[in-house]
Design a binder for this molecule. Structure first.
Ligand code: NCD
Length: 640
């Protein structure tokens, strides 16, 4: 039988979601349609549940189906160490649909790969909870009409809350705006933000500081919108029209819904679980601007929602939970019908898949991913994305969605490896097509698989120590010449080389002005899942204020412009500066993003297949600055 699964909210198109809503509106009539009659549902819950499991079971029975259940997997063979893969295979022959909740991110995808019947994700770790999102959207639509253009505030543990992740993707798809109000340290994970940016062009802008302060004590509020207001601010001093436009976007907002969530303590270390958490209660009820704001919550609540709200017309979370039955009846009917019609989900976007040609290969960096915790139930498969910052090649884990940068690539026939470079794009595409592309986490891994290194062409030095010094001095002098208010100046280096150059610029300025200048840095790519911010070079100085600052963003080489674009997103996510100017030691051309640096040490025309490497004395064993250009010998010419 063809299967139709619901593992991620991305498995349903907007039209299909609307179809499910229409079915839910007339859920009483679904029983007589007999699509689900006589079918058996197995519920496999590796984590506690009240609403999700009982509403699925109730829905199945109302539709004329029956249920077998392992509500406590500790009472199943899982307790003896049975894998998710084996459980999926076995239970597939007892039931027609598996509803699965598991504590590892991506576990339900693994179940779906091994089951022969339909699989529904009832929550996989901190990743997704798509059927909850159907209840949430249905509730919102019932209360507010159209979803497009709604302003929805999501509050609390945005990092670990799986309901939040599925919800923001869906809200973006339906064109709603999202205001994020995260509890301290529990911001939306970076992989979620990247997906919002990549697939829906949603970017974050800060909400005016006091806009929501009446509700909770948190200060960080961000507005996620497809309008990309800050793109207008690229390297120009923000003129007053743009400034007004940004301000009018974020203040005076109409708040349609406030979606509160519980602190997901079970996914945290004890110390993280102990911190403060926002709550909403009577203050919220009194605020005039929230008079039409409905309050939602996936439940269970702990103490983040005061019981006072229960009696208020705006507290709709019990209604939201009650919709669980008609929505899940509609979903089951829809999936069985879809399975019968063997329709393939139209949302399955044409993505480029990478599967390792070897039994070992790259690892997902997410320590809570099923691929890390139960590799035997998964395959070494990733989506390959070629438009990362600075032309980076990105792997997206097909199980948990986390993304990471490819460092080393290899060619499986010649058994050669080299560091990834954008100039290898054509080779990589060919190797991928022929199933010869290998990707490694480390040189050790490549060498253990019998790979040896490719060679690079001859190197030529294009700048020596004196030239690097004079270029940085000249950039510093120009910055000073343009600067009318040194108090506003903030120098932000892109780690690692950009930060070193930023420090040298700051010392030039300090010598010339006989005063201190504030220095900060940012990282455009890291393994961590936390939201990246601009942070001070000296951590003792506390958080950096970006509001109204004149920022000089510093990097060593500008090439495609992608790093700068990412750096800008990070800056605008951290605050609202007055202007951002870009200083680079080297401009090597080949821009893919229209960014023009304001200060350039040296223009170096380069060919596409060449690499430019800046070696700075702070990091070099010989303590010398040099800039080298070398070509990469085309690996395909090297084939034996
Ligand atoms: C949520 C869950 O399990 O993710 N509950 C639910 O399914 N309604 C939310 C939570 O546990 O906080």
């Amino acid at each position: 039988m063809a299967t139709a699964n619901l593992v991620s909210i991305a498995d349903l198109t907007n039209d299909e979601i609307e179809e499910i809503f229409d079915l839910a509106d007339a859920s009483d009539k679904l029983r007589s349609k007999k699509v689900v009659h006589g079918k058996i549902m197995a519920t496999l819950f590796y984590e506690p549940s009240t609403r999700t499991r009982l509403s699925f079971e109730s829905s199945m029975q109302r539709l004329g189906g029956t249920v077998i259940s392992c509500s406590d997997m500790q009472a199943s063979s899982a307790a003896k160490g049975e894998s998710v893969a084996d459980t999926a295979k076995v239970v597939s022959s007892y039931a027609d649909v598996l509803v699965v909740r598991h504590y590892w991110d991506g576990a339900v995808q693994a179940v779906a790969e091994h089951a022969d019947v339909q699989v529904i994700n009832a929550g996989d770790g901190g990743h997704e909870h798509p059927s909850q999102t159907l209840c949430d959207l249905y509730t919102l639509r019932k209360e507010k009409g159209e979803l497009k253009g709604l302003n929805v505030v999501i509050c609390g543990d945005l990092k670990n809350g799986r309901t939040i992740h599925s919800l923001v993707y869906a809200l973006a798809r339906f064109g709603a705006n999202v205001v994020t109000l995260a509890a301290n340290g529990m911001e939306l994970p970076h992989y979620v933000l990247e997906r919002l940016e990549r697939e829906f062009q949603y970017t974050l802008a800060p909400v005016a500081g006091d806009d929501l302060s009446a509700v909770v004590t948190e200060t960080d509020a961000f507005y996620l919108t497809p309008k990309q207001p800050h793109q207008l601010a690229l390297f120009t001093a923000l003129d007053s029209t743009i400034q007004t436009r940004i301000t009018s976007l974020v203040s005076g907002l109409r708040y349609d819904a406030f979606y509160m969530t519980r602190k997901q303590k079970e996914r945290m270390t004890n110390s993280a679980a102990a911190g403060d958490y926002p709550t909403i209660g009577s203050k919220f009820l009194r605020e005039q601007r929230f008079k039409d704001t409905v309050v939602m919550h996936p439940l269970p609540r702990v103490d983040e929602l005061s019981p006072e709200l229960d009696k208020d017309r705006r507290g709709i979370y019990f209604k939201q939970a009650a919709y669980g039955v008609p929505i899940r009846m509609a979903l089951l009917h829809f999936l069985f019908e879809k399975g019968r019609r063997a329709r393939i989900s139209k949302t399955a976007k044409s993505s480029v898949l990478f599967e390792s040609p070897h039994p070992i290969g790259p690892h997902c960096p997410n320590l809570k991913c099923i691929t890390v915790n139960e590799p035997g139930s998964t395959r070494l498969r990733f989506e390959l994305q070629s438009e990362g910052p600075a032309g980076a090649l990105i792997l997206r884990c097909l199980y948990c969605d986390h993304r990471f940068k490819v460092q080393l690539v290899g060619q499986a026939t010649s058994k050669k490896y080299c560091a990834y470079d954008i100039a290898l794009a054509d080779n990589i595409a060919r190797w991928l097509k022929n199933g010869e592309l290998a990707i490694f986490d480390s040189i050790k891994q490549a060498e253990e698989l019998g790979y040896g290194p490719y060679k690079s062409g001859p190197r030529r030095a294009i700048m020596d120590e004196a030239e690097v010094d004079s270029a940085i001095q000249q950039i510093s002098a120009q910055i000073l010449g343009d600067c009318d208010d040194p108090d506003r100046l903030l120098i932000v280096g892109v780690k690692t080389n950009g930060s070193m150059i930023a420090q040298r610029i700051a010392s030039h300025l300090e010598r010339a002005q006989k005063r201190k200048f504030e220095l900060a840095e940012l990282e455009t790519y890291g393994a961590g899942e936390d939201l990246r911010r601009v942070f001070p070079v000296d951590p003792e100085l506390g958080p950096i204020q970006l509001r109204d600052r004149s920022i000089i963003l510093v990097d060593d080489v500008i090439h495609t412009g992608r790093t700068v674009k990412t750096a800008l997103s990070i800056i605008f996510r951290s605050g609202r500066p007055q202007s951002v100017r870009l200083a680079v030691l080297i401009d090597r051309g080949h821009r893919q993003i229209p960014v023009k640096p304001n200060y350039v040490g040296k223009h170096i025309p380069t060919a596409d297949h060449e690499r430019v490497r800046v070696h700075l004395r702070e990091l070099e064993p010989d303590g010398k600055d040099t800039v080298l250009v070398y070509s990469i010998i085309n690996p395909s010419e090297n084939r034996s």
